[in-house]
Design a protein around this ligand. Structure first.
Ligand code: ZN
Length: 177
C-alpha cells in the first residue's frame, strides 16, 4: 500500500502545519510557477504556470505553463501538463506524496484531475471568479462525495499571480499581445 508507506514514513497525520497554511517551499514553488506563467505570456498564452513537487523533499517532478494556443489543445492547461510530467517522472499515476502549485485557481477539468491523480496538496495563487472550481464556482477538491480530498492552500502570492493575468488581458485589449 503506497499510502500506508507514505504516512508511516512521515510519522503519521496530522501534518506539522495546519491545513490552509502555505509552507516556505510552497512560496518558493509559487515563485517558480510565476516564472513559468511569464513564459506563457511571452508566447501570447494566458499566463498560468504550475509546478508539481514532492511534498517531503521539495524536489520538482513536473512543470508546465498554459500552451492552449501553441498546441491547439483545449486541455493544455498548466496544471495538466505539470501533473502529466510528474506522473511520467515517477512512473505512477498516483500523486499522493506530491503538491501541485499553480498561479490560478484550477478550472473544473484541472480540479477533476487533482482528484483523479490523488494529488496530496493543492496550492494556488489568484482566485478565478469566472471559471474556478476550487472555491469560486465549484469546490471540487473539497467535495465530500468524491473519493479524494487534497489539502487546499489558496491565496499564495495572489497579487502577483493576478497582476500577471490583468496585465496580459490589458495588452490583449490594446491589441499588443
Ligand atoms: Zn484547467
Amino acid at each position: 500500500m503506497r499510502g500506508g508507506v507514505f504516512y508511516s514514513r512521515l510519522g503519521g497525520l496530522p501534518r506539522a502545519r495546519a491545513p490552509g497554511e502555505p509552507t516556505g517551499t510552497d512560496d518558493a514553488m509559487m515563485a517558480r510557477a510565476l516564472a513559468l506563467a511569464g513564459m506563457a505570456a511571452a508566447m501570447g498564452e494566458v499566463p498560468v504556470g504550475a509546478v508539481v513537487y514532492e511534498t517531503a523533499t521539495g524536489r520538482i517532478l513536473g512543470e508546465g505553463f498554459n500552451r492552449r494556443e501553441a498546441d491547439n489543445d483545449p486541455a493544455a492547461h498548466a496544471e495538466l501538463l505539470a501533473v502529466r510530467a510528474a506522473a511520467r517522472a515517477i512512473d505512477h499515476w498516483r500523486l499522493n506524496d506530491f503538491t501541485l502549485v499553480v498561479t490560478l485557481e484550477p478550472c473544473a477539468m484541472c480540479a477533476g484531475l487533482v482528484v483523479n491523480a490523488r494529488v496530496g496538496r493543492l496550492v494556488y495563487g489568484a482566485s478565478d471568479p469566472k471559471a474556478g472550481a476550487c472555491e469560486s464556482l465549484y469546490a471540487i477538491p473539497s467535495d465530500g462525495r468524491l473519493n479524494h480530498r487534497p489539502q487546499v492552500v489558496r491565496g499564495v502570492r495572489s497579487e502577483a499571480c493576478g497582476d500577471l493575468l490583468r496585465a496580459f488581458f490589458r495588452r490583449l485589449r490594446r491589441g499588443e499581445a
